[in-house]
Design a protein around this ligand. Structure first.
Ligand code: NAD
Ligand code: KPL
Length: 303
């Protein structure tokens, strides 16, 4: 069974190269024929790891190819996922499976609505990768990926293939809770690193702001029915700030590189959920406003 991988960016390349290395059939789906030509010019995907750098000449096609798809790893940014999957919907076999790697919340529901007959498996990953140049990715941080189906269903058999490929993962029956927890961590850390222009560790100087956000996020998680995601949230945020003190958050890196952020699927999603629950979140709302002002002053999209 071929693993079609939509999006040959950081995380897509990290998955595609490891699956291919394990001898599994992988096929990349690139945006258009120009990207496909550039990919062939590069000769494949390069994975840079601490001990080795290897080139993987994986097969590839563009978004408007016609081959049927049974298993699709969706590895584009949250704001691109729905549109890209909609383009592929006519090519999905009955009973096709999608694995959605997007951070935050909101894009998964939008994708699932476009492919009502497919099974959507959601992922929440703490692995780290970044692109050095086109079609070359550096594996920057060990981590793991939670996978789960928001509908009651048993784990897919292909989890064994992830094990064979050395992709650390765990199955969970509570994937939405895992995604909410990660969203809360990202909301408490990422925007502040942008606004204070600092590495994650710099937030130890902003302890009151972090504490106030964690308090509101914890309440929000509880009111949305994700009690376990609220447990010890502030303590975990402090741990992550300490453990990743030398790192720049993903949002910081996006802003520094002049790239669009995933704010709509993180802070905006949290603020909208609070509005629906009629829960006051003054600190989150102020943060959302400050971040929008900051992005717009730099000519970046505010959604
Ligand atoms: P990325 O920008 O490096 O890669 C996305 C790729 O998707 C790009 O190559 C882009 O050209 C491609 N793409 C976009 N629209 C497309 C389309 N219509 N057709 C084909 N390709 C298309 O992004 P990333 O860092 O790999 O992040 C992907 C998702 O994974 C994000 O939601 C991110 O938050 C999440 N994530 C990333 C990391 C990481 O370390 N990079 C870690 C955890 C979670
Ligand atoms: O996930 C992260 C990110 O930078 O996106 C961490 C390291 C947890 C900071 O929020």
């Amino acid at each position: 069974m071929t693993w079609h991988v939509l999006g040959a960016g950081s995380l897509g390349s990290l998955w595609a190269t490891r699956l291919a290395r394990a001898g599994l059939p992988v096929r990349l789906i690139l945006r258009n024929s120009a990207r496909l030509a550039a990919y062939h010019q590069a000769g494949g995907l390069t994975l840079v790891e601490p001990q080795q750098t290897s080139l993987y000449p994986l097969s590839a096609e563009s978004l408007d190819a016609h081959t049927p798809i049974q298993r699709l790893l969706v590895a584009c940014k949250a704001y691109d996922a729905e549109e890209a999957v909609a383009r592929l919907a006519p090519r999905l076999n009955p009973g096709a499976e999608l694995i959605l790697l997007q951070n935050g919340l909101g894009s998964q529901d939008a994708v699932a609505a476009r492919v009502p007959r497919a099974r959507c498996i959601l992922a929440s990953s703490t692995e780290g990768a970044f692109r050095n140049e086109d079609f070359s990715v550096t594996f920057a941080g060990q981590g793991s990926t939670w996978l789960g189906d928001p509908l009651p269903a048993s784990p897919p058999l292909w989890l064994e293939q992830l094990t064979a490929a050395g992709i650390p993962h765990q199955w969970t029956d509570e994937i939405n809770t895992k995604l909410w927890r990660k969203l809360a961590l990202n909301c408490a850390i990422n925007p502040l690193t942008v606004l204070h222009n600092c590495r994650n560790g710099g937030l130890s100087q902003q302890a009151d702001e972090v504490a106030a956000l964690c308090m509101e996020l914890g309440e929000l998680l509880r009111s949305c029915g994700h009690n376990s995601a609220a447990n010890e949230l502030h303590a975990e945020v402090r741990r992550v700030i300490e453990a990743t003190a030398a790192n720049y958050s993903s949002m910081y890196q996006d802003v520094a590189a002049g790239r669009r952020t995933e704010i709509s699927y993180l802070l905006d999603y949290a603020c909208n959920a609070a509005f629906r629950q009629q829960q006051p979140v003054p600190h989150l709302q102020a943060l959302q406003q400050r971040l929008r002002t900051h992005l717009s002053a730099r000519g970046l999209p505010t959604t």
